[in-house]
Design a protein around this ligand. Structure first.
Ligand SMILES: [Mg+2]
Length: 100
């Protein structure tokens, strides 16, 4: 059974988009508390990441899967070009207090 497809069919597209919004909010909050104040443990952030990923997988049954794949390929290509450019220029990584 494709659990993500079944969830969209049973609960509806709008409800699952609402769930994605809710889960993204929880992830933003957990990351903010982890990175800025160190008040959330790593496991909580990982769980919230999983929640968002499950919701994103459901979005592939809400929005056209092939269009999402096309945009992902474009974005990954842009990121690759940026990495290569930044490596050439000797860019240093940014640090958020070493909490990740
Ligand atoms: Mg959550």
């Amino acid at each position: 059974m494709d659990v993500c497809r079944e969830a969209v069919l049973l609960y509806g597209k709008e409800a699952q988009i609402g769930m994605l919004l809710e889960e993204m909010g929880e992830l933003i909050s957990a990351l903010n508390r982890r990175l800025m104040r160190g008040r959330v443990d790593k496991a909580t952030v990982e769980e919230e990441l999983a929640d968002v990923e499950v919701c994103l997988r459901q979005m592939r049954h809400v929005f056209p899967d092939d269009v999402i794949d096309m945009w992902v390929a474009i974005k990954l290509h842009r990121l690759e070009k940026k990495i290569l450019k930044d490596r050439e220029s000797g860019l240093k990584k940014r640090c958020f207090m070493g909490t990740v």
